[in-house]
Design a protein around this ligand. Structure first.
Ligand SMILES: Cc1ncc(COP(=O)(O)O)c(C=O)c1O
Length: 392
């Protein structure tokens, strides 16, 4: 069966160019980047080259790039690292985040709340955006950190991070943004955003799983999560994952080019054609977050009177891979916290599916999806209609 992958926000395939760059570091070269001999120095040079590529992608200094094991670690390091001093929370200290963050931020904030920190979880509009005025109003004299994501993983909705960065700067509060779902999809300029910390995950941009970056602006007060060697300028102990870092660096170069050579414009056009095509062919279908600015590759479609999980399975049986809510929540029966925060009642949140493309998708695959989706929806609605009366 032909397999069509439209779940890029869960993970992306490794690009051949990325695999080519990594191969020598898996098969031929080896070396600890901290060793002073030939092998170590060669590994060090490869790591530093990757650091330059990442710095160029987000417009920062090379010394501000910290390699991590992924988005989750970067988010945890940002949130715990700024707030805790000596491993302890100062009771009464306060942070601001949003109710639609990834669990890597949300659960970290909840953990800190259990330790005595005060946390404000900001609401979002029906379109899934945080209002910068809400951020301003939530600031207290004890606020230590603001963490608001750049783009949401479920809806693709882009948050007004530059405005929030200005507010944080004026109030002299550290500002972190989770850019895991923005990197490679829209330009990122940490100077324009005005953030002190920014998270990236390799596997969302065609680099290997288990690689990531935390941008740490020079002068940002941050405590490490790990203790050990003096790696990454004492911000992240542990021998560097040289092959993974080389892959991430190459992926950053390719992402930089793709943002400039029309590739992402082509992805936007494919996403828009898919979205329009589904809306034309399927009754009672709505785009969640349609009116907000969104990253080019994502559409979150709500198929009224339908159980989303059933549709994910039906589409998979036809070879089309998409996701209901966030992949990290698969198996959980609770409706998406993001869609719920946007005001959707349980049935509507459950009736929503995320289609997320990569530059590897083709027009031909969009055509195939436009055959598969309407057929699967009408079949499911005939077989197991969800009682419209229960929809709020
Ligand atoms: C917005 C966002 N932040 C953080 C993460 C976690 O990244 P990782 O899978 O690299 O730990 C994800 C993964 O889905 C994400 O979408």
């Amino acid at each position: 069966m032909r397999r069509i992958y439209m779940d890029a926000n869960a993970t992306t395939p490794l690009l051949p160019e990325v695999a080519d760059a990594m191969r020598p570091w898996l098969l031929e070269n080896f070396g600890n980047a901290s060793s002073i001999h030939h092998h170590g120095q060669r590994a060090r040079a490869a790591v530093e080259h990757a650091r330059e590529s990442v710095a160029r992608l987000i417009n920062c200094r090379e010394s501000e790039v910290v390699f991590t094991s992924g988005g989750t670690e970067s988010d945890n390091m940002a949130v715990f690292g700024v707030v805790q001093q000596g491993g302890l929370v100062k009771p009464g200290d306060h942070i601001i985040t949003s109710s639609i963050e990834h669990h890597a931020v949300l659960h970290a904030a909840e953990r800190l709340r259990d330790r005595g920190l005060e946390v404000t979880f900001l609401p979002v509009s029906g379109e899934g955006t945080v209002d910068p005025d809400d951020v301003r109003r939530a600031i207290r004299p004890s606020t230590q950190l603001i963490s608001v994501m750049m783009a949401n993983n479920e809806t693709g909705v882009i948050q007004p991070v530059a405005e929030i960065g200005r507010i944080a700067g004026e109030a002299d509060i550290w500002f972190h943004t989770d850019a895991v779902q923005a990197a490679g999809k829209i330009p990122i300029d940490v100077q324009a955003i005005g953030c002190d910390l920014l998270s990236i995950s390799g596997h969302k941009m065609h680099a290997p799983q288990g690689t990531g970056v935390l941008f740490v602006r020079r002068g940002t007060r941050i405590e490490p999560l790990f203790f050990g060697g003096a790696h990454e300028r004492q911000r992240r102990a542990g021998t560097e994952n040289v092959a993974g870092i080389v892959g991430l660096g190459r992926a950053a170069e390719l992402a930089y080019n793709a943002l400039r050579d029309g590739t992402m414009t082509r992805v936007t056009a494919m996403r828009d054609r898919l979205e329009r095509g589904v809306l034309e062919r399927v009754e009672d279908c709505v785009v969640n977050g349609a009116e907000a600015p969104r990253v080019p590759n994502t559409t979150n479609l709500r198929f009224e009177n339908l159980e989303g999980e059933a549709l994910v399975i039906a589409l998979d049986l036809k070879g089309l891979a998409v996701s209901g809510g966030s992949a990290c929540m698969s198996g959980a029966t609770r409706p998406s916290h993001v869609l719920t925060a946007m005001g959707l009642v349980t049935n509507r949140a459950r009736a929503s599916l995320r289609f997320s493309l990569t530059k590897l998708n083709t027009e031909d695959e969009i055509d195939a999806a436009l055959d598969i989706v309407p057929a699967a929806v009408s079949r499911l609605r005939e077989l197991a209609p969800v009682n419209a009366g229960t929809l709020g």
